[in-house]
Design a protein around this ligand. Sequence first.
Ligand SMILES: [Zn+2]
Ligand SMILES: [Zn+2]
Length: 601
Amino acid sequence: MMASEHDQHEEQIYRLRHSTAHVMAEAVLEMFPEGKLAFGPPIEDGFYYDFDLPRPLTTEDLGVIEQRMQEIIEGDYPFVQRDVTVEEAKSMFSDQPYKIDQIEKLAQGEDIEDDHPEDAAGAGPTNQLSIYSHHSFTDLCRGPHLGRTGQIPEDAFKLLSVAGAYWRGDENQPMLQRIYGTVWENHEELEDYLWRLEEAARRDHRKLGKQLDLYSIQEPGGPGLICWHPKGGRIRRVIEEFWYQEHERGGYEILYTPHVGRADLWSISGHLDHYRESMYSPMDVDGQDYYVKPMNCPYQLLVYNSRRRSYRELPLRWAELGTVYRYERSGVLHGLLRVRGFTIDDAHIICRPDQVEDEILGVYDFSLSMLRAFGFEDFAIYLATRPESYVGIPEQWVQGEQALERALEAQGLPWELDAGGGAFYGPKIDIKVKDALGRQWQTTTIQFDFNLPQRFDMTYVGEDGQEHEPYVVHRALLGSLERFFGTLIEHYGGAFPAWLAPTQVLLIPIADRHNDYAHQVARRLKEAGLRVEVNDSSDRMQAKIRDAQLQKVPYMLVIGDREIENEAVSVRLRSGEDLGAQPVSGFVAMAQEAVAQKRDL
Ligand SMILES: [Zn+2]
Ligand SMILES: [Zn+2]
């Protein structure tokens, strides 16, 4: 599609979703004439509208509202825009307190939160507001809308759910009821979307985390704090071991730094001035304030400064699986994806200006090969450049941005420019992986820092005997182990490839008399480095197989009289495929090969 066609299509979808939100709001107000309207914007894949209603909505209500929406669509009423003065608007919405609140904000020229830009009237105080009407319904609204309600395809929309939402997202404001809906250009698109929703629910890492006994969040311990259970721990160990091994191959050194530090450190780093709202309150140690670390960099930079550095020892590549703690509002916490404590697969590259291009190229290649090893093939890649207010000198920014861009070009994958989207302290590359359902998940960040080297007064002695300031690049490849784990769970739907699976092989003796042989085989497999369990319970074989399938174990080895006689095992795959009887040594070789290649049989 041409860019302009693409934009036109986006605009059409926007009109469709926004118009359907208005139609829904009319239907809801007909049901509850005393209901109060809040905001109702289009969103990705659909729309919502927030209401203050006399009673909680039920699933049956949604059906009734949908019915009524059908009739309004069939009525084919035109959407009509009109400009009104602030006074007119106030009298029109006199029984709608949230709209009055919004009218007053707009009149004063205050835009509301940026997740509802379509309702904002633009900057500056104004006496003119825009309203849209159709049939019996009128909303404060800039549009745009469809021409008529009849342009909404009546077999391509659905109301999905009701959730609580605070007015203006503020916990001190009234709790409203938010109805989520979806609408598409035709029935097939709706069906496809509903399938993706169902599939996403089936892959939800919070659900699978429990079902597969991978991790939990313990109520007495507090929200947003992750406990890795033994099976989750096995996966983490595999990830970490692979990570350490690849980093050592890539010329990195491993650092370990403390979890808390004195206020002095966070003053030098600037965190107390600029990052305090994400940090936890200090603890008193011998009359001094100590803070739990929100980032790993400051300690690493102290290590750099622990002695004089010569140009000859650069570049330094210092990696650390560094656990940090950051405050997040309880309302935004979400499983493994938004947490309050997490381990960054961090590293800092400290180098000379003449090395920076090679270093960036190296780290970008490294990140892609790392992500590919975990089964991600599709990426959304962004280059974020200098924002309006920034620190550092422009030449540094130019060199940094060029190094990032050359790395992107050298790899040849498509990428997008996020002009002005860099942090105030440096430009960056962000990589999001696309999962099996096409959803994007944030992973890699490669980020210049023109701020910390100055704050920490970092130098190296150059060939000329003078002191120079090195470049510092922060990078995380997987992001955080917690979020990456959540991403992996959803990408694979819990059916991890053999190299990651917590249990790779489950042995299934058919009867008690086969248990000894099963344990004997298990020992052999363990010696070969495989993660093995034996189900020697008294369950029937079919029940054992079903259980193994629920646990998504890649390989099931069934053992009966015939297998014992032939020193063999009968191999069944998670997919249901039956590979038949194999000599034990043959299976071991096959499984080891698959694990080494990071692929399934
Ligand atoms: Zn509107
Ligand atoms: Zn850092």
